[in-house]
Ligand binder design. Structure first.
Ligand code: NAD
Length: 666
C-alpha cells in the first residue's frame, strides 16, 4: 500500500498521508508529500493543495525506527521547502496531534485548518532537544515572539481553539467535516495565493525572552534545552531566515550529541520500561480495586488517601484516636482547599473527593476493601500486630500492603495466613505529590497481586517500580550510602553547607543535611541525651531536631529559610575533637567521590542481588523519588557517563568494597 496518495477535487489537490499508526514521517511519506506537491505544481488545473492525514492523527513526528539507519528518500528540510515555496496555496488539515516534526510540517503550509480537539505543539524540549527543522524559526513568524518562546521552551501543546486565537490556526473545522472544510478553505485562499512563512515578519518584543528565563530560573536550573530553544527564537528575530536555520541546526546538533538529551531520552524509555514485570504471563487476571482502606492518618496515610480520592476511588481511613483522625482528615481537606484556591480543582470537586472519604476508628470497617495500605509507625511489632488483625478482618482476595520505608516485607507477610496477598507500597513524601511508588515484591507475593498494584499505580498517576525485599528497598538503601559517608565527611572537616552545595550544584533539590533537617533529626533517635554516639545524637541532645523546631544542621527562620548555624558547627567540632580525627580541607571532588559514587556502587549490588529488575528502574527511583536531575539520567546512567573505571578507582582509594559487576565493567 502507498503511504501517500493524491485525490483531485476539481481545482484542489488533496495529498493524503496514510502511514499507521501515527503517520510518522517515514522516508516514503516524505517522498510522497514531495511528489504530491510536484503533481499539483505541474498541473495547471490545480489551484490549491490540502495536506491531510488518514487515521487517528495528523503527522505525529519523526519515524523513530529510521534513527541510526542510512538516510533514504528526500531530506525533511527539502520536503518542507518544497511545500513552503510552492506557487499555489497549501493548507494543512489537522486532527489528532500535530507535534514536533508534524507541527513543523504544518508550519510550512501557508494556512492551517484544525478540528477543535486537535493539539499542536513542539515537545522536543522535554527530551532535551529543540524542533530542528525550522520550528524555532517559523513559529515566531506565525504567532509572534512571546507565544513561540513559550511554546518551544515549555514543550506544552495548545488546543486548537487557543491556537486559533493566537494565529497558529487560521480556521476551525467541524469534527466530522475536516476533509470538506479544508478543501473549501483552500479554494477561498486561491485568490490570496501562497504565504511562505519564512517571508512573514516577526512581531513582538524580544524582552519577553529574558522575562521567561527569569520566571523559570528555578525550574530550568541546570537544563540546557530551554535556553537553546530560546536562543533560536532570539536568533530568528535578528538573522535572515537562512542564517537563522543554520543557527538552529548548530544548536540542535549540540543538544542531540550532548549528554543531557541522551539522559532525558533514556528516562523517557526507562519510565515506560519500569511498568513492565519481567516474566509476567500475558493471561494474568488483574484483581478489581473498587475500594481502598488506609491505616494511619499521619503524614503518609493522608497523602496516600488523596491519590485514590482524586482518582475517584473511595477510601476508608482508620486511626486509633478521634483526635488523630480529625487532624488527618482536616489536613486532607486543607490541602485540597489550598489546591482549589490555586484553581487546580473546583470547590465542587473538593466536596466530591471528601465525600469519597470515610473516617473510622475501627479496623472492622476495612472488611470489604479490595486493597488495604498500612501507614502506621515504622515498627515491626506494630506492623505485625496490624497485619495479624487485618488477616482476620479483611475479605479473602484483598491485597494487603505496607508503606514501610525499610522493614522486611516477608516478615510482615508472615504475620498473616495469606502472604501471597501481601506486598509493599512504598510511597514518597508528600505522597499526594511525589510521583514514585516502589512496589515491594515479597518472596510469596502472588503475580496477580503485583500486577494489579502496578496497574493501579498508573491509575493514580504514579510511576511504579518493582523492588525486592532488602533494607530500604532500592531508594532508601542507596540513600544510606550517601548519608553515612556524608556524616563521616563532617568528622573530617567538611561543613554541612559545603556538602549540601556540592549536591545542589549537581542538580539535586537538596543536599543530605538539608534533607535530614526536613525529615527530622530525631527520627529513630534513642531519646537518651546522655548517650552521644553520633553527630545526630549530639544534635538531638542539644535540642536541634531539624526544621520542625527551627534548628538542626542549619538555623531556620519562620519562613523556613536556612542559614548556617554557629551552634551546629560548634557541636560538630566538639564531637569531632573527641574522635582524634584531624581536621583537613575537603575538596568538592572528594565529596562527589565519597557520597555519589557509593550510590552507583550500591545500585550495582542491588542488581546483582536481583532487588531491581533493571538498571533503568534504579534511575527512575532516584529521579521520581528523590529529585535526581533528569538531565543526568539517574545514578546508573550517570555512573556510565562518569565511567566505571574512574568510579572503581576512586571507591577503592577510599576503601569502599566495590560490587563485582561494577568492577567487571571497569
Ligand atoms: P506518622 O507518625 O505521621 O503517622 C502514623 C499514624 O499512624 C499516626 O497518626 C498514628 O496515630 C497512626 N497509627 C499508629 N498505629 C496505628 C494503628 N494500630 N491503627 C491505626 N492508626 C495507627 O508516620 P508517617 O510519617 O506517616 O509514617 C508512616 C509509615 O510510612 C512508616 O512506616 C514510615 O516509615 C513510612 N514512610 C514515611 C515517609 C515519610 O517521609 N514520613 C515516607 C515513606 C514511608
Amino acid at each position: 500500500m502507498q503511504s501517500v496518495t493524491t485525490e483531485r477535487h476539481d481545482d484542489v489537490l488533496v495529498i493524503l498521508v496514510n502511514n499507521p499508526p501515527v503517520n510518522a514521517l517515514s522516508w516514503h511519506v516524505r517522498q510522497g508529500i514531495k511528489d504530491g506537491i510536484d503533481e499539483a505544481l505541474g498541473d495547471d488545473a490545480i489551484k490549491a493543495v490540502v495536506l491531510r492525514c488518514a487515521g487517528q492523527t495528523f503527522i505525529a513526528g519523526a519515524d523513530i525506527t529510521e534513527f541510526g539507519k542510512p538516510a533514504q528518500g528526500p531530506d525533511f528540510n527539502e520536503v518542507l521547502n518544497s511545500i513552503e515555496l510552492a506557487s499555489k496555496p497549501v493548507v494543512a488539515a489537522i486532527h489528532g496531534t500535530a507535534l514536533g516534526g508534524g507541527l513543523e510540517t504544518a508550519l510550512v503550509c501557508h494556512y492551517r485548518v484544525a478540528v477543535p480537539s486537535a493539539m499542536l505543539g513542539v515537545p522536543e524540549v522535554k527530551l532535551g532537544l529543540l524542533p530542528g527543522a525550522g520550528g524555532t524559526q517559523r513559529l515566531p513568524r506565525i504567532v509572534g515572539i512571546e507565544v513561540a518562546a513559550q511554546m518551544v521552551s515549555s514543550g506544552d501543546p495548545l488546543p486548537a481553539a487557543k491556537a486559533q486565537e493566537l494565529g497558529l490556526v487560521d480556521a476551525l473545522a467541524g469534527d466530522a467535516t475536516l476533509a470538506e472544510d479544508a478543501i473549501a478553505f483552500a479554494r477561498k485562499m486561491i485568490a490570496q495565493g501562497p504565504r511562505p512563512t519564512r517571508d512573514r515578519p516577526i512581531i513582538g518584543d524580544i524582552a519577553v525572552i529574558e522575562k521567561l528565563k527569569a520566571a523559570n530560573a528555578r525550574k530550568w536550573k541546570g537544563f540546557e534545552a530551554p535556553y537553546a530553544n530560546l536562543a533560536c527564537v532570539e536568533a530568528a528575530t535578528r538573522l535572515p531566515f537562512e542564517e537563522g536555520m543554520k543557527f538552529e541546526r548548530t544548536e540542535f546538533m549540540k543538544l542531540m550529541t550532548g549528554s543531557q538529551s541522551a539522559a532525558q531520552r533514556h528516562m523517557f524509555f526507562a519510565e515506560r520500561q519500569a511498568a513492565k514485570i519481567d516474566g509476567l504471563p500475558k493471561d494474568v487476571q488483574l484483581r478489581e480495586i473498587k475500594k481502598v482502606g488506609v491505616i494511619g492518618a499521619g503524614t503518609m496515610g493522608g497523602g496516600i488517601s488523596m491519590n485514590f480520592l482524586q482518582a475517584g476511588i473511595p477510601v476508608t481511613i482508620v486511626e486509633m484516636a478521634q483526635e488523630a483522625l480529625d487532624r488527618g482528615v482536616g489536613v486532607i481537606r486543607k490541602n485540597y482547599e489550598a489546591s482549589a484556591a490555586k484553581g487546580r480543582f473546583t470547590p465542587e470537586k473538593v466536596e466530591k473527593m471528601m465525600g469519597l472519604l470515610t473516617p473510622s476508628l475501627s479496623m472492622d470497617d476495612l472488611a470489604d476493601c479490595d486493597l488495604v495500605i498500612e501507614a502506621v509507625y515504622e515498627s515491626m511489632d506494630v506492623k505485625k500486630d496490624v497485619f495479624g488483625k487485618l488477616d482476620k478482618i479483611v475479605k479473602q482476595g484483598a491485597i494487603l500492603a505496607s508503606n514501610t520505608s525499610y522493614l522486611d516485607v516477608n516478615e510482615i507477610a508472615a504475620a498473616t495466613s495469606r502472604p501471597a496477598d501481601v506486598l509493599g507500597m512504598h510511597f514518597f513524601s508528600p505522597a499526594n505529590v511525589m510521583k514514585l511508588l516502589e512496589v515491594v515484591r515479597g518472596d510469596a507475593t502472588a503475580l496477580d497481586a503485583l500486577a494489579t498494584v502496578m496497574a493501579l499505580a498508573k491509575k493514580i498517576k504514579k510511576v511504579a517500580v518493582v523492588a525486592g525485599v532488602c533494607h530500604g528497598f532500592i531508594g532508601n538503601r542507596m540513600l544510606s550510602q550517601r548519608q553515612n559517608p556524608a556524616n563521616q565527611l563532617l568528622m573530617e572537616g567538611a561543613t554541612p553547607a559545603q556538602i549540601d552545595k556540592v549536591h545542589t550544584d549537581f542538580g539535586m533539590p537538596m543536599g543530605p543535611f538539608q534533607m535530614a533537617d526536613l525529615a527530622g533529626l530525631d527520627i529513630g533517635w534513642h531519646r537518651d541525651p546522655s548517650r552521644i554516639d553520633t553527630i545526630r545524637d549530639a544534635m538531638c541532645a542539644a535540642g536541634r531536631f531539624g526544621q520542625k523546631n527551627g534548628k538542626g544542621f542549619y538555623d531556620y527562620d519562620e519562613k523556613r529559610n536556612a542559614t548556617p548555624s554557629a551552634e551546629a558547627l560548634a557541636i560538630i567540632e566538639d564531637f569531632r575533637s573527641k574522635s582524634n580525627l584531624a581536621k583537613r580541607e575537603i575538596s568538592d571532588q572528594e565529596i562527589i567521590e565519597r557520597t555519589l559514587y557509593p550510590m552507583v556502587n550500591e545500585g550495582y549490588k542491588i542488581l546483582e542481588e536481583g532487588k531491581a529488575q533493571r538498571a533503568s528502574d534504579i534511575d527512575v527511583v532516584w529521579i521520581y523519588g528523590y529529585g535526581w536531575p533528569v538531565y543526568r539520567g539517574g545514578p546508573m546512567f550517570w555512573g556510565d557517563l562518569e565511567g566505571a573505571g574512574k568510579i572503581v578507582e576512586a571507591l577503592e582509594r577510599h576503601g569502599v568494597k566495590v560490587a563485582d559487576s561494577l568492577k567487571a565493567k571497569a
